[in-house]
Write a protein that binds this ligand. Structure first.
Ligand SMILES: [Zn+2]
Ligand SMILES: [Zn+2]
Length: 249
């Protein structure tokens, strides 16, 4: 068993889901030994999702195909448009601090406007607020704010502590997202010290690729698996219809 639950079958190219469009992702997943793939499109493409595609993909393959979504958390927003849909899971992600979409191409210079400790503190605070909504089974790429390599003076794990405490209390899954290895920071999200603290707190984890093209499905999974194994993890979380299960790491 091995699942990749953070796959953007539509990339950044827009709607809509069809069997033909998603099939190459399933093929790569199968070739890399995954047994489960979860599509978690950016919520901007909500209108283009077709839930009937997932069972049709399952019929063509032995893989389980799950329906997720990557939701942009912003304070004060509501989640009404997500209701009443057959999600297997929802990923809550912070991509914005005070309206600044820091991970968008061309936004790197904006880091110069901030005290980096304050930026991290705000970022993790937003992640904690996302967890507190109770909407999300997963918090995505918990320390994405490091993507260009800006580091706080205080250890990031200390700044993340309130968010981690809340996730532990609410049973929310921490995403171990390998896409950071391909950004300037060249590190998995989140960092090893945060993962070690998450293990102490019994926070469940998943390994994801954040693939935006088929070849990225399952990328660097073994690297993430080894880190988690060294830390002590022996299980990964799985999702079906909003319920969490486990699979061996
Ligand atoms: Zn994201
Ligand atoms: Zn993503």
């Amino acid at each position: 068993m091995a699942a990749d639950y953070h796959v953007h079958g539509l990339g950044h190219d827009g709607p809509a889901h069809t069997v033909e469009r998603l099939w190459p992702y399933v093929e790569v997943a199968r070739a890399r030994g995954l047994t489960e793939i979860g599509f978690a499109e950016h919520e901007w493409y909500l209108e283009g999702l077709d839930f009937s595609v997932f069972p049709r993909l399952e019929e063509k393959t032995k893989l389980k195909v799950r329906a997720g979504l990557e939701v942009d958390f912003r304070p004060g927003r509501d989640f009404k448009e997500l209701e009443g849909k057959p999600w297997d899971y929802l990923i809550g992600s912070v991509h914005e601090v005070h309206g600044w979409a820091f991970d968008k191409p061309g936004e790197e210079e904006g880091f110069g406007n901030w005290d980096i400790d304050e930026l991290y503190r705000l970022y993790f605070g937003l992640a904690a607020q996302a967890a507190a909504t109770g909407i999300f089974q997963v918090i995505g790429h918990l320390d994405l704010i490091k993507l260009y390599g800006h580091r706080p003076r205080r250890p990031a794990v200390e700044l993340a502590e309130p968010a981690l405490q809340l996730m532990a209390r609410l049973g929310i899954v921490l995403e171990v997202n390998t896409s950071g290895l391909y950004r300037p920071v060249r590190e998995i999200y989140p960092s090893r010290d945060i993962l070690e603290r998450a293990f102490q707190l019994n926070i469940p984890v998943i390994i994801t690729s954040d693939a935006h093209v088929p070849e990225e499905v399952g990328r660097a999974r073994e690297t993430a698996r080894q880190i988690l194994y060294q830390i002590g993890y022996r299980q990964l979380a799985t999702f079906h219809k909003g319920h969490m299960g486990t699979e061996p790491l």
